[in-house]
Every structure is written in structure tokens, then in C-alpha cells.
Design a protein. Structure first.
Length: 369
């Protein structure tokens, strides 16, 4: 096994290429959490046919794009802000709110803490507990909310645990936050993959609460991280005005604007994705649970978190075995509260999922023998 201090992200294929001598194009990444269908054929054709849009500026207000997004997610287009990926919008929002103290439900995406820190704020974590299978304990969370906290950050469904919070519970959280003058930022990057999307989606709450902003993007569900298109939804018009006044113009290029107007109405692709993820989520989860020495947590997104319970086995060893078979999994030791007994995989094509499960099963069984 190659010994190294790196723990790779799904976009780190260049590092893998250098360390293992495997061409990046030969690697199947079960770490990036991107839709295995790739770009839709319809989108590919549309972009090829509309290359000339780059000869002109996009609409400064992105009105047509925002109307399409509003129709897709069930909001008012005036409540939509678009940006250069959800990362830009997270940064802009946190810069404007300038929280002195943020409470982050974790383990989760590290960018939240980084942005709070860049603004001079402090981040605390509310831990999702392994004993609860990483399901949010509402009573414990709300007991820690008080006037000293400015911002609550929740990824829903959460990365890397793949657990989710229902809209009903989110409404109760918002009520408590309202009492303490706490703003709530919800990252719904993976919401479209959830079977119970209608129960988890918090966008309907933006019509009733002014202390909530929801962030989404196209990187994962629409398999287009390179287009850098994200959007935020909030009913707080004062906040929208402040973000728009601070945001640089034309941060979304003309091709991304054109793509966005198509992809949110590409129902064949949307339905095919949901059918594939639903089928493979159930099948892969059951297959992993049949492997001795693994604890598998119930997933709601397009990825699943597992814990290795064998004493002499860890995610470093498993990563090494898988990458030598040109498949990349995610060692989760870099997430708060997790160690290198935890790993995450996303659901790819049935053929590749079967190949990965076979390697995991073989590696785990070898360790037991």
C-alpha cells in the first residue's frame, strides 16, 4: 500500500494520477457524488448549437433564467438569486451576514466553517451522533440555540452522512431560531436525489419565514460542475437587494445561462436520474449491508456512508485496494467527528456499482481470514 498523508476529494484525480500512475480518465470516481448519467444528450446538443451566445453579454438580471428556476423549484422568480456556483453565494451571504458565531450541524462540508472564519467569526459544531445513526436530534439541537448564535448552517440531505431533516422539523427549527434572532442557511445541493424530496424540500418555507436562505446548484444532480451555476432562494427581499448590490455583474457566463434555461425543464433526464438513483440506492445499500464488518447508515441522497468495524481494517486500506482497481472512494476522516473507519461512496452505473461492491467484499473478507 502507498503511504501518504493526503485524503482525496472527488476532484483530486490529478493527485491520484501522480501517486498511483493511473490515468485520470480511467478512474471511476465514487467520491465526487455526481450524477452517473453525465450530461444529458439534449443539453449537449443545445450547447453545441448555441456557441454563438458567447459573442454577447448575458442578461445582467438573468430574468429568463430565474423564471425557469422558479418554475422548477416552486418559488417566485423575485426570490431567486443566481451565482457562480453555490460556493459564490455561500461566500456572499456569509460576508453580508458577518456572523460572530455560527452553529454548524456536522460532520459536513468544510467550506461553511472556512467562510465564517474568513469573516472573523467563530464556528461551533452541533454533532450528529453515531449512536443516532447520524439522524438529527431536534430536541438537543434546539436546546443549544440562544442569542449568542447569529447563524445556523444545515446541509440537507447532509454530506457525508446522507441523512435528511423533514420540512416539518425544519419549520420547528426556524420557529426557535426566530425567537433568538438566528438566521438559517440550508444547503440543498443533494435534495433532488432524495426519494422523499417533497417532505425534505424547504423552499416552501421561504414564503413564510424571512430568516432562511436555501442554496442549490447544478454540479451534482445535473452533472455539470464546470458550468459553475448555483442559485439561492429566500423570501427576505432586503437580503436579496444587499446581495445583488454586492455581487459582481455577469458572474454566470452565457453558456451557463443557456444551459440553465434548458436543464431545469429536461424532464426526461430528471426522471431517468431519479429512477436510477432510487434503484441503485436500495440495491447497493442492501449489498453493502450483506458484507460482514460493515455498518451502513440509511441514505437519502445519492451516496451512502459506511463504517468499518473490523479491528485491523480501515478506510486507508480500502481506498488503496479500490484505487488499484481504478475506482475511487472517499475516506471520511477529514470530516469533523469521523475517523478513518468511515468511508462514503456515491451510486454510479449498476455495472460499476457491482464491481466496487465486489472489491469491498473481497477486501473485507481477506481481512477476516
Amino acid at each position: 500500500m502507498i503511504h501518504h498523508s493526503d485524503h482525496f476529494h472527488g476532484s483530486d484525480l490529478e493527485k491520484i494520477e501522480r501517486l498511483y500512475g493511473i490515468k485520470r480518465e480511467d478512474i471511476t470516481s465514487f467520491s465526487a457524488n455526481v450524477n452517473p448519467l453525465g450530461l444529458s444528450d439534449k443539453l449537449r446538443r443545445t450547447l453545441a448549437e448555441h456557441l454563438d451566445v458567447i459573442t454577447g453579454y448575458p442578461d445582467r438580471e438573468y430574468t429568463a433564467l430565474r423564471k425557469v428556476i422558479a418554475g422548477y423549484c416552486g418559488s417566485e422568480y423575485e426570490h431567486i438569486i443566481v451565482g457562480n456556483g453555490s460556493t459564490e453565494l455561500i461566500s456572499l451571504f456569509i460576508q453580508l451576514k458577518h456572523p460572530r458565531k455560527a452553529l454548524i450541524v456536522g460532520p459536513t462540508y468544510s467550506e461553511y466553517e472556512r467562510e465564517v472564519s474568513l469573516g472573523g467569526g467563530t464556528s461551533l459544531y452541533f454533532p450528529l451522533k453515531e449512536k443516532d445513526d447520524f439522524v438529527l436530534n431536534y430536541d438537543e439541537l434546539t436546546s443549544q440555540l440562544n442569542e449568542s448564535i447569529d447563524l445556523l448552517i444545515i446541509c440537507n440531505p447532509n454530506n457525508p452522512t446522507s441523512t435528511s431533516v423533514s420540512r416539518k422539523t425544519m419549520r420547528h427549527i426556524l420557529d426557535v431560531c426566530k425567537q433568538h434572532d438566528i438566521f438559517v442557511m440550508i444547503d440543498e445541493t443533494y435534495i433532488e436525489f432524495a426519494d422523499n424530496c417533497d417532505e425534505v424540500d424547504s423552499i416552501p418555507l421561504t414564503g413564510y419565514y424571512n430568516n432562511i436562505i436555501i442554496l442549490r446548484g447544478i454540479s451534482k444532480f445535473f452533472a455539470a460542475p464546470g458550468l459553475r451555476l448555483g442559485y439561492a432562494v429566500t423570501g427576505n427581499m432586503e437580503l436579496i437587494k444587499k446581495i445583488n448590490s454586492r455581487k459582481d455583474p455577469w458572474t454566470i457566463n452565457s453558456l451557463a445561462e443557456t444551459a440553465g434555461q434548458l436543464m431545469f425543464t429536461d424532464n426526461d433526464y430528471i426522471n431517468a436520474t431519479r429512477e436510477l438513483i432510487h434503484s441503485e440506492r436500495n440495491r447497493v445499500t442492501e449489498a453493502l449491508r450483506s458484507i460482514d464488518g460493515l455498518k451502513v447508515y440509511e441514505p437519502s441522497a445519492n451516496f451512502v456512508l459506511s463504517k468499518i468495524e473490523l479491528e485491523d481494517m480501515n478506510a486507508d486500506i480500502l481506498f488503496d485496494k479500490c484505487i488499484r482497481e481504478k475506482m475511487m472512494i472517499r475516506n471520511c476522516c477529514t470530516f469533523p467527528f469521523l475517523d478513518n473507519k468511515y468511508f462514503r461512496i456515491c451510486f454510479m452505473s449498476p455495472e460499476m456499482n457491482d464491481k466496487l461492491i465486489s472489491v469491498i467484499r473481497k477486501t473485507m473478507n481477506q481481512e477476516r481470514d
